[in-house]
Write a new protein. Sequence first.
Length: 433
Amino acid sequence: MIAIAIDGPAGAGKSTIARVAAKELGYLYVDTGALYRGVGLFVLEQGTEPSDEAGVASLLSGLKVDLAFREGEQRVLVNGEDVTARIRTPEVSMAASRASAIPAVREFLFHLQQDMAKTNNVVMDGRDIGTVVLPNAQVKIFLTASPEDRARRRYEELIQKGETVAYEAVLEDLKQRDYNDSHRAVAPLKPAPDSVLLDTTGNTLEQSIAQLLAVIRERLPKAVSPGKYRMSKLYKLLTIIGPAILHTFFRLKIEGKEKLPKEGGYILACNHISNFDPVLLAVAVVPRQVRYMAKEELFRGKLTGKFIRALGAFPVRRGAGDTGALNVGAEIVESGAVMGIFPEGTRSDDLKPMRAKSGIAVVASIAGADVYPAAIISKKEVGLFGKVRIIIGDRISKEEMAMTEQSHKEMKRVAGLIMNRITKLWERGYEEM
């Protein structure tokens, strides 16, 4: 069984991010914080002070806390009652933090958590998963963010639920929980020595999920069959007849094709100016097949979906931070195939390069791939009997793109580095046309 341990302070987004990551990986998600919240809720409803060690310990014989999974969602049961909707209040959060410092409570829940990991591939989050509960987990991540950022997220979550709270009160409660969790005598909150520190301050949810999956994929490489992404028969036919047609009707000129590897996986990154770009760029790579992400709407028709899949496209949910599609892109490169990416994420209206999005940095990081920049240049809208030029630049090595940390800032830096090389190629080609 594979275990992924995610620890971190309150409000770091562990539950939300880990839940999505588990779904993407096909693993069981275990929210251990919810178990402690269940204990905290029970203690409060019994009228006992959560920090009263003897009092709380005496209640445990009459308590049963379980996690149930219904329609893919985790539910928390306290003595058979579903209390999922009642355990997310600030009062229960503080009670859980205080009760979790009691050795009897931690012992009470310890075996339940370990048993889940013995029989399932799990993504488990909490405060001491990598240090105590699953010390042999294959991947350990310490997820954090600034107190102010975590308090803002928790405040917005509570407001959306219709609760009346003040941001200052949420921040103060969170700081108190941080203190309680890191100063308790038993299993204090701290990163495991072999964990990866992941700071999500300033991130969107999608960016945080992508970062987490990048770390997991990097540490749990999956063997990909080299034949999985072999060239389709339709694509092979087009490699024979396509180049002559495109060179004639688009007056296509290609520079630097000799720089592209004849074997092995890599990313071909290019600016995006027209719907013809995937076809034009594919000609530059012949006789190898290039694969691309395409908006999922194009796959809804049975025939059109089958056709564009044969051309090497696979679906992506645009604007939704589709981590699954990013993982497929990384897998393509890992298999030894060519992945074509348009870093801008959309076509340019004025035919000039735009700012890159971070997706390409995620794929390159997960796959550990080199990137070859390319520029498509045209002085007017691309069409029949127009004039199009493609310039392929020098390799950007994975060492040059290596991230010092898995952060939004580093992803932006790498994406910007790639797009800057593309822009320089475009500027030179445009001046020479």
